[in-house]
Write a protein that binds this ligand. Structure first.
Ligand SMILES: [Fe+2]
Length: 280
């Protein structure tokens, strides 16, 4: 049977991807950030998952305001890299895992989560920056990736509580797939940041660190955070943090924190990162 062995939470700031792609990761501004991911890259290289499910949001690359799925699952064999205005990032094409993805779609839909099935889709920095941070710059990504998209762009996004419950359904789906696969789930986006209006540049380290503590010790408490609290405390884009709760819901209640990193700022965002392992 397939099994979820670990979860990775990480911000997916586009400027991080640009720093990697333009060879700037050794510069004084970026060096402390990339140093914080050295141990994570080692962990990923040693963990060698068979497949990753990567929870992220599309930034108007695959979907415009014409179609806004709340939750969507990438079931294709391959996902091209999106052109976000400067040409596609020069990173490997993302290979999917259609067999597991279709199983997940069937399982979660019959479990009453009406996820949108996507068979053709470019993937943007929301998905590729976390892969770069954890896997470096390989010629091919070391494992197939199933994209799980969440609408956090256009109000109303789903609640954190609903996201957590989807994570639990995701786990039930993976555990009923009849092949021995070791699966890692990524939850991406966040931490506190606001890109527009009077409060642009907002960073709230106190909120972020409380959220990281909650991820480790009391994820159910985090599911009670309301939209207005995310926006007030973590800025308008801080709402991306609901995506971390899908990953967290897919793990054991007592999953073990093996690594944590927090850094301010990267571009105009607080960067948070955590690795959790299932004990069972
Ligand atoms: Fe984002």
């Amino acid at each position: 049977m397939a099994k979820i062995i670990a979860g990775v939470a990480t911000s997916h700031v586009p400027a991080i991807g640009a720093a990697i792609d333009l060879g700037k990761s050794g510069e004084a501004y970026w060096q402390p950030l990339f140093k914080g991911y050295e141990r994570s890259k080692k962990w990923m290289a040693e963990t060698k998952p068979d497949v990753a499910i990567l929870v992220y949001n599309d930034h108007a690359s695959a979907f415009s305001l014409e179609i806004i799925p709340t939750f969507a699952l990438g079931c294709a064999a391959e996902f091209p890299i999106a052109d976000e205005g400067w040409g596609p990032r020069k990173v490997p094409v993302v290979k999917g895992h259609p067999e597991l993805a279709w199983h997940i779609a069937q399982s979660v839909i019959l479990d009453e989560f009406d996820i949108t099935i996507v068979n053709k889709m470019p993937v943007d920095h929301g998905l590729t920056v976390p892969l770069s941070l954890l896997c470096g710059q390989p010629a091919e990504w070391p494992f197939p990736v199933i994209p799980l998209l969440v609408n956090v762009i256009q109000y109303p996004p789903p609640t954190g509580h609903r996201c957590y419950a989807l994570g639990q359904a995701l786990r039930r789906a993976v555990e009923t797939f009849d092949k021995d696969l070791r699966v890692v789930v990524f939850g991406t986006g966040g931490m506190s940041h606001q890109l527009q209006s009077e409060r642009a540049g907002l960073i709230n380290s106190k909120f972020d660190n409380r959220f990281l503590d909650g991820m480790a010790q009391d994820p159910e408490a985090l599911t009670k955070i309301q939209h207005f609290e995310y926006v007030r405390e973590a800025g308008s884009e801080g709402i991306e943090l609901v995506m971390w709760l899908i990953m967290r819901g897919a793990l054991d209640r007592d999953a073990r924190e093996v690594y944590r990193f927090y850094h301010v700022p990267a571009s105009n965002t607080a960067v948070g990162h955590m690795i959790l392992e299932n004990k069972h």
